[in-house]
Design a protein around this ligand. Sequence first.
Ligand code: MN
Length: 336
Amino acid sequence: MKRNLKSIGEARNLVSSLRGYNIILTTHKNADPDALASLFVMYNLLELQKNNVYIVLPEGLNEAAKRVVEGFRIDIEFHGPDTILYGLYTLFDKCIILDTSSSSQLGPLYRIIDHMESIVVDHHKYGDLAGKADIVLIDPGSRSNSELVYKLIEGIYTLNSLESTLLLTGIIYDTRRFIHVSPRTFYIVYKLLSYGGDYSRALEILRREMDYSEKIARLKAAQRMEFEKCSNYIVAVTHVGAFESSAANALIELGADIAIVYSIRKNNIRITLRSNKRFHSGTGISLARDIVPHIEDLIRGIGGGHDTAASIEGEYIPSDIDKALFKIICGVLKKY
Ligand SMILES: [Mn+2]
């Protein structure tokens, strides 16, 4: 990291000064509604400032974000990573990376950072990307990247009602309908409503009947689950083929204090972690800070996230992965 923007004011000045550049805007794999809203608003602002902006998605949109695009008929062009891989990156001056803390989340796009000035605007805990980017604005106090984008553009850009509604979907999605909030969240929601944000439309678009395949993934997660009690907390480990986060949330709802769900594809392993509030406030253990580094070592991977939600992607699959994961969690718990 060459420059860490400590204040929103400084970041706002930087954003206002971006004029006449060729800019890549990107975000994490399976972009969610929070990432999508952040991209959309930043795109409009940068285009208004006469930049030429390309939105590049490393691995498309997730289901919820697809519903948002269709539901609001968002007319914007998304490019795949091929655009960059075929050398077109030489045409760009800067890349702005939103809602992403770990380079593994950028997939093949990771290497573009080496070719142009990179700016990270993120609300996760510091990950490896912060160390590699040229300029970072990281605010883990923002409960969603949409909140951070709102703070960034306040006073330099006037949101229309669609942009306000999209930022609302980002906030609703990332806070899990206002479970993970700060007083600031409600202030920003109030401002978005005053710019014409449509709260009931945002809720309606995000609400849905669960897909058949997601239901099956959650049920299989429960069926294959093993659990152990470590110092008064229930630790559950399971594996699925897809929908890891949904499965992890399901195990927490079933009663686990910490849920670990992994999925293996070829030589790649993805691990998703969730904990409940009781676990976080009772132990002070942050998944991103205290657990992720151990799992990174275990699977030779890179991860990141928040206090109660995190994920890691790696390439080494230990022979008894369940046992190794229990050992890590119980080991960390013993120290608290
Ligand atoms: Mn987010």
